[in-house]
Design a protein around this ligand. Structure first.
Ligand code: FES
Length: 91
């Protein structure tokens, strides 16, 4: 059985000019770690905030339960959250 994390989307690493594809079967966190973006995984359920990462542009679909509305304007939790289209990160 394949577990679906949600919709596929892309992550653009702006400074290194790399585009990463996040499939339905992947979390953004595992794709970012595989691309050697320095993010520490924690709970993997959107609860601890340890993976919270800055983004600069994109329609994030926040699925965490730890960030405030204010924090969500600039940060997202890639262990659970996704994006509609392309998400731009400052890496
Ligand atoms: S690892 Fe805990 S919120 Fe992402």
């Amino acid at each position: 059985m394949t577990i679906s994390f949600g919709n596929p989307f892309e992550i653009l690493l702006a400074w290194s000019e790399r585009t990463l594809k996040v499939s339905e079967e992947q979390s953004a966190l595992e794709v970012l770690i595989a691309a050697e973006v320095p993010i520490e995984p924690g709970c993997m359920t959107g609860a601890c905030g340890k993976c919270a990462t800055q983004y600069v542009e994109g329609a994030v679909m926040h699925k965490d339960s730890c960030l405030s509305d204010e924090e969500r304007k600039t940060r997202f939790c890639p262990c659970v959250s996704r994006a509609d289209g392309c998400l731009v990160l400052p890496y």
